[in-house]
Design a binder for this molecule. Structure first.
Ligand SMILES: Nc1ncnc2c1ncn2[C@@H]1O[C@H](COP(=O)(O)OP(=O)(O)O)[C@@H](O)[C@H]1O
Ligand SMILES: N[C@@H](CCOP(=O)(O)O)C(=O)O
Length: 314
């Protein structure tokens, strides 16, 4: 469930009066999602999404609004936030920060076909190109420094082999990533399949930018490859991998440094999600009764990346 704060029709109808979006016909809570309360709002003119921010770093919301608005202005398929009659996007409703978006069509791809993979590769490459002109700054909160800072919080819950794997990986990442300078820009930060919407092979949109940040563009691509292209054992699925990488590279050329560091970046982002999922299971369970995502999946992805380096970047 993802309505943590119920809203009455009267509350929503009153809220909509700030905008030029028509009058309310229906409000429906959205079942998907994990962190925020999400509603589909139908007016006599359009269908919208209303998000109430329940947790997380709410002081960061202006960054996310600015990034989404920037990408929208540059014709990327994202839900650009709606501005009210006074030009304000970020509002308050039911004592929570609130944003209104257009509702995008489509469904999340579970087993993406190569053509669907090519579509996300292309859009991510375009997004990274455009994002290099974005002025906002939010340092990546889940980079190697974060891995260093949090790994000790889960170690006591793990067996000896897992502890050794994590320590060895951090040592390897430290030595391989020191003094490495990579192309920078704004990142989605969590571009899993369930943050995209497709109709057939057409990518209708990328949603949920609340892990958005600035940093190494390659970090974002590595997140995508690990989620979109791994089989149940964590191994890369070559057809999906090639489709994403080729489409991305047509939009933004890789540097030599990026080519060298690519296998390391896949390991770093696999470790990042293994640790964040372990933290949810053992240390910091969500306030709401949600089934945590499986940390072991990202352990498998990590060990697979170590054992089988990927095909080189073009
Ligand atoms: N602009 C949008 N258009 C269509 N569906 C959306 C839109 N924004 C969110 N959704 C739907 O709502 C769900 C939850 O939204 P999301 O922002 O991912 O919430 P959470 O941060 O709680 O995970 C998504 O999985 C998607 O199905
Ligand atoms: N997509 C993630 C969930 C979001 O990650 P978080 O670090 O922001 O909690 C996953 O599948 O684990």
């Amino acid at each position: 469930m993802a309505v943590f704060t119920p809203l009455s029709d009267e509350q929503v109808a009153h809220f909509l009066k700030r905008y030029d979006v028509g009058t309310l016909l229906a409000v429906e809570g959205v079942a998907g999602g994990t962190e925020n309360s999400t509603f589909f709002v139908t007016t006599d003119r359009e269908v919208l999404v209303l998000t109430l921010f329940e947790q997380g770093e709410q002081e960061e919301l202006p960054f996310f609004v600015d990034l989404l608005a920037w990408l929208d202005q540059h014709q990327l398929p994202v839900p650009g936030p709606l501005f009210d009659r006074e030009g304000v996007a970020l509002q308050r409703l039911a004592d929570r920060p609130a944003l209104l978006f257009p509702r995008l069509r489509g469904r999340h791809p579970e087993q993406p076909r190569p053509t669907q993979c090519a579509a996300i590769g292309q859009v991510l490459g375009q997004m990274h190109r455009v994002s290099q002109g974005f002025q906002g700054i939010r340092p990546n909160p889940r980079d190697l420094r974060w891995v260093h800072a949090v790994h000790s919080r889960v170690m006591s819950y793990l067996g000896h082999d897992d502890q050794t794997l994590i320590r060895d990986r951090i040592d390897a990442l430290d030595s391989r990533l020191s003094n490495v300078v990579l192309p920078q820009g704004a990142l989605h930060g969590d571009l899993f399949r369930d943050n995209t919407l497709y109709e057939g092979d057409q990518l209708c949109g990328v949603i949920d930018f609340y892990n958005g940040c600035t940093g190494d563009l390659l970090f974002d691509l590595a997140i995508v490859i690990n989620d979109w292209c791994s089989d149940d054992d964590g191994a890369l699925i070559p057809e999906r991998y090639e489709a994403i990488i080729e489409a991305y590279a047509r939009e933004r050329a890789f540097t030599d440094q990026e080519r060298r560091i690519w296998p390391t970046m896949l390991e770093l982002t696999a470790l990042r999600y293994w640790l964040s999922r372990l933290l949810v299971v053992y240390v910091d369970p969500p306030a709401h009764a949600l089934t945590p995502k499986d940390p072991a999946q990202y352990r498998r992805i990590l060990t697979s990346r170590i054992a089988h380096p990927p095909a080189p970047l073009p």
